[in-house]
Design a protein around this ligand. Structure first.
Ligand SMILES: Nc1ncnc2c1ncn2[C@@H]1O[C@H](COP(=O)(O)OP(=O)(O)OP(=O)(O)O)[C@@H](O)[C@H]1O
Ligand SMILES: [Mg+2]
Length: 377
């Protein structure tokens, strides 16, 4: 097991596609790190650089203390699970799992007639490891089947077994759940987390799904256009996003944003005034900012579960659309010319077309620079 360190790593494709741009990231030994970001932000490229399937254009990559830029992929002791997990179709589940081990561990002995005893010992050891891992992932009843005789979720687990059985220093997983249906994804997500707890192997997990990132990552690294925007625990990223992009990307429904101007101790938007917290660094008369408020920080003022309405935190809005989700409503509100989304307790009596009072949790007000999008705090 080992830590992983990217130091100022660049990857340029062709003349000017900067797939990875000055990446600095340290993954701790035994950590479960999630790389998340929109399509094309460089997630797969970062994994491929670490696995040695791509050569870095600049910077240093380390596994443990070893600089691996020039170490061939086969010697990096990494196992990667790809999005399309490509099992060998003509091999049984057993053979799929055992194949890599046989190649690695028997290769040196194969032609040496004098070492039959040794090859037999290695074969028995491989057999024991394959059966152990198969049992751990619940695929032991299917060892004799071909991949086409399995469900998608079972095939997924065979691909995982193939990676785990090698006991690598680092696991790389590139959207390994994307081929599964919603229910199986949730189930496999939990299985992967349990597996990580049990094996404690340093893992870098790629997804574009922020829910997957939040639920699985001990820390999350958010990339955009090859640049790392923020790396922290899910809780910190949710509560203290470094910029507007991260704020909008993490959380569902997304954070509401609206332009405002600082007037004295008030954030003035068209049709809405919110107080700027005392001594806030954004307090500069006339400064243009973007205000961020999460849907879950807005309450129906009529409900006892709401925050206590005061003159500061209360505003009036009209309900455009109400989407019932059962445990709550997603409400689309219009406050003057500002549109926002609120998740409301399912006890709400509000219906579409009504105008009512809403309470905002001012402790969860975010302020961003209108130009750079950086959080001001
Ligand atoms: N072999 C290549 N040649 C040229 N450009 C490439 C190559 N591989 C990737 N790119 C480009 O590098 C950027 C990052 O690609 P990458 O595959 O790492 O994105 P990703 O974050 O994994 O996206 P997705 O979520 O869609 O899988 C993209 O703009 C992509 O077009
Ligand atoms: Mg990718």
């Amino acid at each position: 097991m080992a830590s992983v360190t990217f130091s100022s790593v660049d990857k340029v494709f062709g003349k000017d596609v900067k797939a990875v741009n000055g990446l600095n990231l340290q993954v701790k030994d035994q950590e479960f790190m999630v790389l998340v970001g929109p399509s094309g932000c460089g997630k797969t490229t970062a994994l491929r650089l670490l696995a040695g399937l791509e050569e870095a254009s600049g910077g240093e990559i380390r596994i443990g203390d070893t600089l691996v830029n020039d170490v061939p992929p086969g010697e990096r002791d990494i196992a990667m699970v790809f999005q399309n997990y490509a099992l060998y179709p003509h091999m049984s589940v057993y053979e799929n799992i055992a194949f890599g081990l046989q190649i690695r561990e028997l290769r040196g002995w194969f032609w040496q007639i004098g070492h039959l005893g040794e090859t037999r010992r290695i074969r028995l050891d491989i057999d024991r490891r394959v059966r152990e891992v198969a049992a751990m992932l619940g695929i032991d009843p299917y060892l004799d089947r071909l991949p086409k005789q399995l469900s998608g979720g079972q095939r997924q687990r065979v691909a995982l077994a193939r990676a785990i059985v090698r006991k690598p220093k680092v696991f790389l997983m590139d959207e390994p759940l994307s081929n599964l249906d919603a229910q199986l994804r949730v189930q496999t997500r939990a299985e992967l987390i349990r597996l990580h707890r049990r094996l404690g192997v340093t893992t870098i997990y790629v997804t574009h799904d922020q829910v997957e990132a939040m639920t699985m990552g001990q820390r999350i690294a958010i990339l955009k256009d090859g640049v790392l925007l923020q790396c922290d625990t899910p809780e910190t990223i949710y509560a203290r996003p470094a910029n507007q992009f991260v704020a909008g990307f993490i959380g569902s429904p997304s954070m509401n944003f609206f332009p405002a101007t600082v007037r004295g101790s008030v954030l003035e938007a068209s049709g809405l005034k919110l107080p700027l917290p005392k001594d806030h660094p954004a307090a500069k008369e006339g400064r243009a900012v973007t205000v961020g408020l999460r849907p879950e920080a807005i309450f129906d003022a009529a409900l006892p579960s709401a925050l206590k309405p005061t003159s500061d935190n209360t505003f009036e809005a009209t309900v455009d659309v109400m989407e019932p989700l059962g445990h709550e409503y997603v409400a689309y509100l219009a406050a003057g010319s500002i549109n926002m989304v609120a998740t409301l307790d399912n006890a709400t009596k509000l219906r579409e077309g009504q105008t009512a009072k809403f309470v905002a949790n001012l402790d969860e007000l975010h302020v961003f620079d209108a130009g750079t999008g950086d959080a001001i705090r």
